[in-house]
Design a protein around this ligand. Sequence first.
Ligand SMILES: Cc1cc2nc3c(=O)[nH]c(=O)nc-3n(C[C@H](O)[C@H](O)[C@H](O)COP(=O)(O)OP(=O)(O)OC[C@H]3O[C@@H](n4cnc5c(N)ncnc54)[C@H](O)[C@@H]3O)c2cc1C
Length: 292
Amino acid sequence: MSAGIYAARKKLKTLLIVKDWGGQLISAPWVENYPGFESISGMNLSNKLVEHLKKNEIDIKEDLRIKEIKLEQGGRIIRTRGENGDFRAKAAIIATGRIPKKLGISNEEKFIGRGISYCATCDGPIFQDKTVAVVGGANAGLGIALELTAYASKIYILEFLPQLNADEYLQEKVKKFSKIKIITNALVKEFKGDQFVKGLVYQDNSSDKIKEIAVDGVFVAIGSNANFSLVKNVVELNKQGEIKIDSKNRTSQPNIFAAGDVTDVSHKQIVIAAGEGAKAALNAYDYIKGLE
Ligand SMILES: Cc1cc2nc3c(=O)[nH]c(=O)nc-3n(C[C@H](O)[C@H](O)[C@H](O)COP(=O)(O)OP(=O)(O)OC[C@H]3O[C@@H](n4cnc5c(N)ncnc54)[C@H](O)[C@@H]3O)c2cc1C
């Protein structure tokens, strides 16, 4: 969105293609480190960004997933393929972010949307007065657990390490809620249920015993992977699958720029992604002007 604002203000003929507004931002219950906003929900911040973006002269294709990016005319033209056809451009900025990691255990896929979720802001209200488990004891997991205290009657946090891996202030906040129970050394093995999740099986690593808890829902918060699939054969990636960029947001392909969490930039944060988006647009502008 910030790349879109900057490109539009530079009067570049810009098309912004987006599958879901907000990206990971909408999963953030509270954002307290974006300058200018002492405390704001991720959803509200996203809405404000969309509103700001739309004030600019920019072509937008919403709810559209780009499936493929190809180079034409010796790499001078970039063709992106969406569900309703192709778009061609002299330069592109990739800002496809990250996608949540899955546990990769049996029947996880089957229960997605049937008790298993990766976003508490999106699905938390479904679990009013229910018992839920959050898998992952780092910042994201604890943030989700705190958000769920508004709905669920009981919340388990399962962490596979012997201790939580979150910032101290979050751990202190979580410990104030008697309805949150922390289970460490817990390696999640399997989900139970028929149409919907009804339970979760884990191995207690301290005793190797297999244990089961009854839950109505599970929120998985074990990190994320760079969403690189669009460009995997077009630009260079690092070992983690992040797009390699230089200080001008240039990828290994001269007319493809990248910004935000999908890149190898250090630290994945909103203010950093927004700043990188602005930089990418300004550098794409310089590149296009250089062609003239
Ligand atoms: C639970 C949680 C809490 C967080 N809390 C904070 C916080 O408090 N403070 C902070 O600074 N950061 C926080 N973050 C990190 C922050 O959300 C990210 O750093 C930021 O959202 C990165 O922005 P981005 O635009 O690079 O990527 P994303 O937010 O991942 O956005 C990617 C966008 O690309 C779109 N897209 C992807 N693929 C395609 C495609 N093929 N076609 C069309 N569109 C596509 C997606 O729909 C999405 O809109 C949090 C993250 C999570 C998960």
